[in-house]
Write a protein that binds this ligand. Sequence first.
Ligand code: ADP
Length: 497
Amino acid sequence: MKRPAQHHFHVSLTSSVRTRLTLWYLAMVAFIMCLFGGSLYVTQTFLNSDAAESRLETQLYQDSQQFAQIYRQALPGRQALTALRLNQSSQEMVLLLRPDGSVLDARGPLTSSEIQQLRVRAEQNSEMIDLTTSQNHSYGWWARDTTYRVLITPVLNQNARVASLLVGLPRPHSISLLEIWLFHGTLALLVAAIGGYWLAGKALRPVKMITRTANEISATDLRRRLHLQSRDEFGELAATFDHMLARLEAAFKRQAQFTADASHELRTPLTIIDLEINRALTQLEQPEAYRHVLEQIQAENEQMTATVNSLLLLARADTGQMTLDLQEVDLSDIALASVERLLPLARQSQVTLATGDLPEVLVRGDPQYLGQMMTNLIENGIKYSSGIGKRVYIELACEQERRGVVRVQDDGPGISNDHLPYLFERFYRVDKARSRRQKGPALSSKPGYGEPGGSGLGLSIVQWIVQAHGGEIRVESKIGAGTLFEVRLPLLNMAEE
Ligand code: ADP
């Protein structure tokens, strides 16, 4: 059997799924790293908020002293406090209260409810208070309430408290590390999950397609193919799959052909037998004619038995049920025995059987099957060469003390090159029209080897026998010049090694 040619499929580095997945994972990891880097940076910034807070308090003390100074000078003169220039920052709130709680001056981002709150808190006289306002100062997209840190300073005039000064600055936002970590972690996980899902879906799309097609393929319809065009690993898988399907399809076709051929092969003799019986029943009267019909039926029966036996042998060989009775065999004995058996046939066909060198060639084999092999080859030579002056020549040789060689050469019609590759296939005949019997059943005279041609199983069996003995067979032929079959078998000493 010829091994089907191995399919070579080259997946280039750039087109490979492996490279693509690697690149995608790389991109994903890079993105996640950026995300975490960013979150670390933000965290770092907020961790510095302690320093920012102490800076804020220093600012508050400085501003309060400065503003208190300005107010202290302005207060006795009863000049309009609102006209004073305080040089405060835009975020800064300033509130000046009389000891009785009434408002002397209010600046910066202050609502009346905040003023009210601050008045209440100032009475409690604590120095530093926090005031949460409902104003939204957006830092990024998470907006939240702003907390002001407010410093309460008494404004003294000759040691008497004339007013209370409240100066407030917004506190830096503080976000807990856990919050940042949770937020960015969730985001990264989400991105990884979506990206991973998308990537897996994209990568596995061809697999889905292969599965779908494989499901659609039934044993009776093996013509479907995947034809996946991509030049990556999946393309390779699909191509391998397609090749497997092609081989399966060919095997199924061979199987179907074999069944059809076998049925046909058996139907012909059955038809002939039927015709002969009908003829005997309806037309014949002479006992001699009945005898002839019976001989005819017997011949057909022998032919059928031979075909069935050949089929059985090949079927058993296929399933590995054949066992060889291996022993030391001299091929020259086998050759001589076959020649002797076939001499009557050769004589009848007017073919000369000639032997060349027949040295002792010892092989390890089954004498019965080796005999069958030899007989089939010589018999073919006789059958297809038939005619005066034709010759079948048999010789043996040893090759490099490794192989025994059997040559069966005839000078018959030869076989054209077109047919040579198929010669060993089951039921293959070069001349399809030349079946076992060319004569009509009613005209056929003698059973046996009257006409060339057989069931087309002879060479298949020869090939199986040769291969089962670890050997090989080859054929050389030229139209008009004859055919040479050459069998090589391992010599006994080689087989034992
Ligand atoms: P068959 O039973 O028909 O002889 P084989 O398997 O022995 O079947 O041979 C297959 C075919 O090969 C034959 O039908 C014949 O056409 C061709 N063939 C075999 N041996 C020879 C030969 N020596 N010379 C010419 N043709 C041959």
